[in-house]
Design a protein around this ligand. Structure first.
Ligand code: DNO
Length: 390
């Protein structure tokens, strides 16, 4: 596999020179200056590509070319937005960038209730607390019918939390769930006005959109872009839903082996593939992540290596890369056997050793990810030795 790293562009405090020193080979990035739905001009793609090449690296993967909400919920501008998306894809093809990651999650890309959960060793990790998540849904977002999505014991704990939660904790929850984590992916919800009100407005067009409809909208999108992908040999790789379950009453369609099978069969073309995000999949107790890797490796075009640890009550935490729920060594065997030099990046590192003061995007620390990359590089070397001996 190719060792890649998610880098947020020339303004990223982690420089390309730093990345070369730690063994990174390929860069994962995007034209972050453009909002979802805007065209990525060829000249801008080339300029960033040259900037990366000047540091002795290559732009291996686009993460993400964002899919506009209107494409996901089939709004009136969907065809025009798809046309722009096709043009951006062709421009990437002209520049020789072939791997494109995207997701099809309504509104919320990924969800954590605590971005700085203290671990016993003094580091902090991303954390998901089901009761606090339910608290946000029921008491802060105040979504109609939200109670129906949670069992009685969670509702009781939400009421108990309501008696003790402070204003600062409420603000921290809003910040973690819908401001900081989404800000660097889909554009900021911060700034002027209430983020919760903005979030409600973004959710409104999904009222009544079922899982089946969302699936059909994904199929429609994929069918429309496949000719461009075939022409330029572009490997589209959808990112699984994180966490892999419906949230805030909106459907999610890439949560399980069945969902992925449906997606790959809906448009049965090598160019319609998967980002195998082991971490997102591992947050669902229903997923046997190693079995899924075996089944979906032939259509995997990009790998995210990390793993969660599932905790009682539906909570989960990002585990160290060496000992979570998923055996990352076995995953490396599976993807190395694929033999396509698949780009791989570590994901969601701990915050440690001074990372906390640097203002990195949540989950995208330097030391934490560097440690993880060191661990994963060691696992890769061991697997390659194993193969040599066979
Ligand atoms: C979170 C990331 C996701 C991912 C998008 C891809 O850390 O893995 O935000 O980039 O879902 O579109």
């Amino acid at each position: 596999m190719e060792k890649t790293w998610r880098w947020f562009g020339p303004a990223d405090k982690i420089t390309l020179e730093m990345l070369r020193q730690i063994g990174v080979e390929g860069i994962v990035t995007a034209l972050h200056q453009y909002a979802p739905g805007e065209l990525w001009p060829e000249a801008d793609i080339r300029a960033l590509q040259e900037y990366i090449a000047a540091a002795g690296l290559r732009w291996s993967v686009v993460e993400s070319l964002p899919v506009s909400e209107e494409i996901k919920y089939a709004g009136p501008n969907r065809d025009a937005l798809i046309e722009t998306y096709r043009e951006s894809l062709a421009n990437l093809g002209r520049c020789g960038i072939h791997t494109i990651c995207y997701n099809f999650m309504p509104v919320l890309d990924w969800a954590r209730t605590d971005l700085e959960h203290p671990m016993p060793d003094g580091t902090t990790a991303l954390y998901f607390d089901r009761v606090r998540f339910a608290y946000f849904d029921i008491k802060i977002l105040a979504r109609e019918g939200a109670e129906k999505d949670f069992p009685p014991e969670v509702l009781e704990q939400v009421e108990a939390l309501d008696r003790t939660i402070t204003q600062a904790e409420k603000e921290q929850l809003v910040d973690a769930l819908i401001v900081k984590t989404q800000g660097f992916v889909n554009g900021p919800l911060g700034g002027e006005g209430s983020p919760v009100a903005k979030f409600r407005a973004l959710m409104a067009p999904y009222a009544g959109v079922t899982k089946e409809q969302l699936r059909e909208n994904l199929r429609y999108f994929l069918e429309a872009i496949m000719p461009v992908c075939r022409e330029w040999d572009l490997r589209m790789c959808i990112h699984p839903d994180d966490p892999p379950m419906p949230v805030f009453g909106m459907p999610r369609i890439i949560c399980s082996a069945d969902d992925i099978r449906w997606m790959l069969n809906a448009v049965d073309d090598f160019h319609n593939g998967l980002t195998f995000c082991a971490g997102s999949l591992s947050a669902g107790a229903h997923n046997d992540v190693e079995a899924m890797a075996r089944e979906f490796a032939p259509r995997t075009h990009f790998v995210h290596l990390r793993t969660c640890q599932l905790l009682p009550g539906g909570n989960f935490v990002e585990a160290p890369h060496t000992n979570g729920r998923v055996d990352l060594v076995e995953l490396i065997r599976i993807f190395e056997r694929e033999g396509r030099d698949l780009p791989m990046r570590v994901d969601h590192g701990r915050t440690m050793l001074g990372d906390e003061t640097r203002g990195y995007n949540p989950g995208y620390s330097f030391h934490g990810r560097m440690l993880a990359l060191g661990q994963v590089s060691g696992m890769m070397a061991a697997v390659q030795n194993e193969f040599k001996k066979q």
